[in-house]
Design a protein around this ligand. Structure first.
Ligand code: ZN
Length: 314
């Protein structure tokens, strides 16, 4: 059996794996992500793939990375978080280094495909995934296929505008969804809850260095698990925004299943339960049609690797 390699380019590491046709990861290799990006990063990807290639019969390679990928899946059109990759034809550079056919895919798209094929959404032909970390990434499966759009930038849910002239976003726009429903937004909501009732926030702040600035998402999750009212309020506010956004997206995409991944999903039902209630509350034509099932991702930080290895195969 021929296998494919998936390589996921993250902010701190380049993680590769040999993946079989059932989505099992048979071997792994990794390198630190070179800060300077550009050709050093391209070489790190090649090193990971060549290391894995030496022990297996490999048919193709998939690369998953943050950024806009051309619809022919060869060129990084724009990479706001990776230096020196804008407009780079990765296919041309990496094919000569690795010696195998390859495809490039946006990381959130790859994760959605991994979850749809082998993870939480297995068997679902109509699926939407939101990867919620510092921002919100998105991926959509329509009629059993990944939907990329005309320019390869579909499903950037994090940057749909939900508040005209709202909070400034890293994309240069204002009022983007991820400013209200991401992991960073959870922290923003926690800080606002703390300033509203500082005496109730003593428990939450004691988990960090005692300051509002020292608070992290992990602290908020830990406090919410212990029933801390301020932390739970921050999760509930985040869930309101998240549920309202999912309801609006459902009217457009009509998914059967919405998979939530990324660091924020460590909170599990603390986030999902109020999000489901908010989806029902904000769903247009409420009660007239079924809401999508909303579940946690299963593949963790290997979803992109497994998904892009499978996309390279088909
Ligand atoms: Zn934005």
């Amino acid at each position: 059996m021929a296998y494919s390699i998936g390589v996921d380019v993250g902010g701190t590491k380049v993680l590769g794996g040999v993946v079989d046709s059932e989505g099992n990861v048979l071997a792994r290799a990794r390198r630190d992500t070179p800060r300077q990006g550009g050709s050093a990063l391209t070489q790190a990807i090649a090193d990971v793939a060549l290391e894995l290639k030496s022990d297996f019969e490999i048919s193709s390679v998939g690369i998953s990375a943050a950024g806009f990928v051309s619809s022919d899946r060869k060129t990084m059109l724009a990479t706001p978080n990776i230096a020196g990759w804008n407009g780079v034809n990765l296919d041309a550079e990496l094919t000569s280094l690795i010696g195998l056919p390859l495809v490039i895919e946006n990381d959130a798209n790859a994760a959605a495909w991994g979850e749809a094929r082998f993870g939480a959404g297995i068997g679902e032909d109509h699926l939407m995934m939101l990867t919620i970390g510092t921002g919100i990434g998105g991926g959509v499966v329509v009629d059993g296929a990944l939907y990329r759009g005309a320019f390869g930038i579909a499903a950037e849910f994090g940057h749909m505008r939900v508040v005209p002239e709202g909070h400034l976003c890293g994309c240069g726009s204002r009022g983007c969804f991820e400013q209200y429903a991401s992991g960073n937004a959870l922290l923003r909501h926690a800080r606002e809850a703390i300033s509203g009732s500082p005496e109730m926030a003593r428990n939450l702040l004691s988990l960090g260095d005692g300051t509002v600035e020292g608070l992290t998402g992990k602290h908020v999750t830990e406090a919410a698990r212990d029933g801390d009212a301020v932390a739970l309020a921050a999760f509930n506010t985040t869930a309101q925004w998240l549920g309202a956004g999912i309801a609006s997206l459902s009217v457009i995409l009509d998914p059967a299943c919405v998979v939530i991944g990324g660091g924020v999903i460590d909170a599990g039902e603390i986030l999902l339960e109020p999000t489901r209630a908010a989806v029902d509350r904000y769903m247009p034509f409420s009660g007239k049609h079924p809401s999508p099932v909303i579940i946690a991702a299963k593949l963790g930080n290997e979803a992109g690797l497994v998904g892009v290895a499978d996309l390279a195969r088909i």
